[in-house]
Design a protein around this ligand. Structure first.
Ligand SMILES: Nc1nc2c(ncn2[C@@H]2O[C@H](COP(=O)(O)OP(=O)(O)OP(=O)(O)O)[C@@H](O)[C@H]2O)c(=O)[nH]1
Length: 242
């Protein structure tokens, strides 16, 4: 009896080992301070980190999703926004990328204007237009009725997303999402949702699941960090960009 139990449990482990799990590399890019690290934590661990420091080189986080019975692993590459912490890494960022999240801060129009430069960097690194792109306006919890000129309007961002065939989300890595606020869909690839961190993960996973060339067995097996050695990791400065 004991041995048959052992046998069936080892069969279970073998079958779980054989369970298909495709890994996709997802690049998080955007100006320094827009919240790439916090959003990566939130998307993968479901929480806002208690401390945020400037990313040096790149950090990794992973999230495994079950989409219609298939395991999809998203490997989020949280890249450095500051030029001095990224310049020697840029080529690594863009190798074998399956999706890109362009992130800006909704309370910082400069970070939105900076998206063109990030798109240009993608182009220079031969990122094909077939790679799914997502536009994410972060820090929606800081939106207020005042100083509309110091915020990026949702209409403006939506037009940008539509023009560049991106799926658009506005969210906050900090505040819990409210699934029932201001939700609008249309049947195009463009999707606008307010404050839905979890829906961003699902949208990326669902989009990638439909991709024909998903397998990335050549991705490095790396759990968390890939940093430029011998550089001190400074505390994040307070951001007053706009
Ligand atoms: N209020 C609010 N603050 C946020 C949010 N996301 C990030 N922050 C804050 O914004 C600052 C920068 O966040 P990071 O996640 O380190 O920004 P980053 O884009 O990774 O910056 P780099 O690593 O320099 O590229 C930190 O002080 C965070 O606490 C958010 O959704 N709401």
């Amino acid at each position: 009896m004991e041995s048959s139990l052992e046998f069936s449990s080892s069969l279970g482990s073998v079958s779980s080992l054989l369970t298909r799990c495709r890994t996709f590399k997802v690049l998080m890019i955007g100006d320094s301070g827009v919240g790439k690290t916090c959003l990566t934590h939130r998307l993968c661990a479901g929480e806002f980190p208690s401390r945020a420091e400037a990313t040096i080189g790149v950090d990794f986080r992973e999230r495994v999703l079950d989409i219609d019975g298939e395991k999809i692993k998203l490997q989020l590459w949280d890249t450095a926004g500051q030029e001095r912490f990224r310049k020697s890494m840029v080529q690594h960022y863009y190798r074998n990328v399956h999706a890109v999240l362009f992130i800006y801060d909704v309370t910082c129009p400069t970070s939105f204007n900076g998206l063109t430069a990030w798109m240009e960097e993608c182009r220079q690194n031969s990122l094909g237009l077939d790679i799914p792109r997502f536009l994410v306006g972060n820090k929606s919890d800081l939106r207020g009725p005042h100083r509309a000129d110091a915020q990026v309007s949702q209409q403006h961002a939506m037009s940008f997303a539509k023009a560049h065939r991106m799926m658009f989300f506005e969210t906050s890595a900090k505040n819990p999402p409210n699934k029932h606020l201001n939700r609008q869909h249309n049947d195009q690839d463009l999707l606008y949702q307010q404050n839905m961190v979890e829906d961003i993960v699902l949208a990326i996973g669902s989009k990638l699941k439909r991709q024909r060339k998903p397998s990335t067995t050549n991705l490095p097996i790396c759990n968390r960090s890939f940093r430029i050695p011998n550089k001190k990791r400074p505390e994040k400065e307070v951001w007053n960009c706009c």
